[in-house]
Write a protein of this length. Structure first.
Length: 102
């Protein structure tokens, strides 16, 4: 049951945006495999879907634009805020990613 959802778009600020975005996805996959709060969805065709105790989020790279898109879906009201806080902490290491919309 979905209680809330949100989509956030982050601009990639470097020329080779595809490579940069793929690096973000690969590092998120490593983090998800090492973090008890995250579980990778078994079928990831478009980006990386991560299940959380609050719901899930899907991080993907835009096909044509220098943008990383994250879709959040929460099972409980307020759960997305917690997932966003954890994801922000991860994304802060990517200096060429504008996460100011979080």
């Amino acid at each position: 049951m979905r209680a809330e959802d949100r989509e956030v778009r982050f601009n990639i600020l470097c020329d080779d945006f595809k490579l940069y975005g793929e690096d973000i996805i690969q590092k998120l996959e490593i983090l998800a495999n090492e973090t008890n709060e995250y579980r990778l969805a078994p079928d990831n065709r478009e980006g990386l879907r991560v299940n959380t105790k609050n719901g899930w989020f899907l991080l993907r790279l835009s096909v044509h634009d220098p943008v990383v898109v994250v879709n959040f879906e929460g099972r409980v009201l307020g759960g997305i805020a917690e997932d966003i806080k954890q994801l922000r902490s991860f994304l802060e290491q990517f200096t060429q990613l504008d996460i100011s919309s979080l």
